[in-house]
Design a protein around this ligand. Structure first.
Ligand SMILES: Nc1nc2c(ncn2[C@@H]2O[C@H](COP(=O)(O)OP(=O)(O)OP(=O)(O)O)[C@@H](O)[C@H]2O)c(=O)[nH]1
Ligand SMILES: [Mg+2]
Length: 523
């Protein structure tokens, strides 16, 4: 439960309790007042009094109801949206999908406005959002062909389009970027060609094809043989996203009838979880020839070449049926997924930018605290709870994550953490022991050389301030809710993370730069 919801719930409870009190006490109080007015004035004054009180009461009641209604509906709406976002498109009605797309676009705008002006994502989000809006407006369905290199994607799309728009070649790796053309079968459909996935430049081409498939309203996986492992993996991932994919076994002229039937049967059983039986089709997207033995009238035989024409009609028919029957649904489902992607990348970026600000704050304070400890000749009095610098840092971090924390609360939490540090370090009594413990921990890091005296004191203080900062970053990010296993467990986890050999070595190196080797020569 987040803090805002708790506050709204609490406010609602207070309002309802106040209303109850008013309803119980008001009638007898008003009756008493009317009696008093009747005794001191004429009858009409009673009516005037009642009218005034009645109007006031009605206004009060109206405002209260409006407030309660607003609070309740806002909470309910947020809850509904949260539940809805966890659902896959098929679990939502058309109206719900439409509404969520609108809500997501608005949310993305809000999140974008909250990003720092220098953030590159601010500019990147805008065109993505515009594309979603344009797609929503135009209702253009994108059918994207993807698959292995040279499986015949471009040839297949050329055959579907009825003209040679996409370059096709036997050497493979012909298509190097995403291209699109309208499909003559419907004015609402565009055909998209993508680079094939294969050995050459595998990683980057694979990325482009997977991305294209992800954005497709309808995917067209083009195979020219048995299903490869990565093709199955891609289907599985798209299936999980509820992306509809038509699997097309191309180059059917390579197989005789029985081989083709058994290959199709095998593919069918492999993909049945993610692809409908009707959506597995075999085609021939290039005209070829085959040999035929001709028996002559004199009983002799002669070989002859017979033309085998292109045959993509089963695929065209299937696509037409899907577009007619489910086109709108597919488009809306995809718009929904894209708009969700937009919101989550904006939200993630927003969180990242808060984290960056928080880390910068911790960095500033830790070296501030370290510097003070390194420069002052007095031994440290209290490493944690009494440190004004840490307290101020905690309050600043709270502000970054918009969490309400004042100096008192910060001090109290720091006191609690102080005890944790002592228990983590295994020291039994006072803070100097902690300092000594941390000091020996630092000295034990191989490769950092000797650190002693004031410099050691500075590093100890910087490490502890950093540790406090890291604990509070997690705590605030989690909306000040009890972390898993309580604050102690969180503190222990963060301590372990920050005191790995590498982290400590980095810390000491950094400290040397900052403290100008002050205590370096002391042993
Ligand atoms: N025999 C036969 N060859 C085909 C068929 N379809 C395509 N081809 C051939 O397969 C080769 C590759 O075709 P492309 O259309 O370029 O394949 P692609 O999947 O787009 O290839 P990349 O863009 O390089 O990944 C070409 O030589 C085509 O003529 C078919 O049905 N039968
Ligand atoms: Mg191609």
């Amino acid at each position: 439960m987040d803090i805002k919801r708790t506050t709204s719930g609490l406010l609602l409870l207070i309002v309802l309790a106040a209303l109850g009190m008013i309803l119980i006490t008001m009638p007898s109080w008003i009756a008493g007042q009317i009696e008093t007015v009747r005794q001191i004035g004429p009858d009409w004054l009673v009516y005037v009094y009642m009218a005034v009180v009645g109007t006031g009461a009605a206004l009060l009641l109206g405002c209260t109801i409006a407030l309660v209604w607003r609070l309740w509906s806002r909470t309910a709406r947020k809850k509904k949206l949260r539940i809805q976002r966890d659902k896959s498109p098929s679990q939502l009605s058309v109206a719900e999908r439409e509404r969520e797309v609108t809500d997501n676009l608005t949310a993305a705008d809000d999140l974008r406005a909250g990003l720092p002006t220098a953030d590159a994502l601010r500019d990147q989000l805008e065109p993505i959002k515009r594309r979603i809006e344009e797609k929503r407006e135009s209702q253009k369905l994108e059918i994207v062909a993807f698959g292995a290199i040279s499986s015949g994607k471009s040839s297949l799309l050329n055959a579907l389009a009825g003209c040679d728009v996409f370059q096709a070649d036997a050497k493979g790796g012909t298509t190097v970027q995403r291209n699109a053309i309208p499909w003559p079968g419907s004015d609402r459909v565009v055909l998209v060609d993508t680079p094939g996935l294969g050995e050459i430049d595998g990683a980057s081409r694979g990325g482009i094809a997977a991305e294209s498939a992800k954005d497709a309203d309808l995917g067209l996986l083009v195979l020219d043989g048995p299903l490869r492992e990565w093709e199955f993996e891609l289907l599985r991932r798209l299936g999980e996203m509820e992306k509809r994919v038509v699997v097309c076994l191309n180059k059917q002229d390579w197989y005789d009838e029985s081989d083709r039937a058994s290959l199709l049967g095998q593919i069918q059983s492999q993909v049945k979880e993610y692809v409908r039986a009707d959506d597995l089709i075999s085609v021939r997207s290039r005209a070829t020839t085959r040999k035929r033995v001709r028996v002559m009238p004199d009983g002799g035989q002669s070989d002859e070449e017979v033309a085998v024409p292109v045959d993509i009609s089963p695929l065209a028919d299937r696509m037409m049926a899907i577009v007619k029957q489910d086109g709108r649904d597919l488009l809306l489902a995809n718009l929904l997924l894209q708009s969700r992607g937009l919101v989550s990348s904006a939200r993630k970026r927003g969180e990242d930018s808060l984290d960056q600000r928080a880390v910068a704050i911790v960095d500033r304070y830790m070296w501030g605290a370290g510097g003070v400890a390194a420069l002052t000749p007095f031994p440290m009095i209290d490493l944690v709870a009494g440190c004004a610098i840490s307290t101020k840092m905690v309050v600043d971090l709270g502000q970054v994550y918009r969490q309400d924390i004042d100096l008192d609360a910060a001090l109290k939490l720091l006191g609690e953490l102080g005890k944790n540090l002592i228990s983590i370090m295994g020291a039994t009594a006072a803070t100097p022991l902690v300092a000594a413990g941390v000091g020996s921990l630092l000295k034990a890091v191989p490769g950092v050389g000797t650190i002693a005296g004031q410099m050691l004191q500075g590093v100890v203080q910087a490490l502890i301030t950093r540790w406090i900062g890291s604990v509070f970053i997690q705590y605030f990010k989690n909306q000040m809710q009890q972390p898993e296993g309580g604050l102690t467990a969180l503190a222990r986890r963060e301590w372990e993370r920050l005191t790995t050999i590498d982290e400590l070595r980095r810390l000491v190196t950094n400290a040397r730069h900052r403290f100008k080797e002050e205590g370096d020569s002391d042993d």
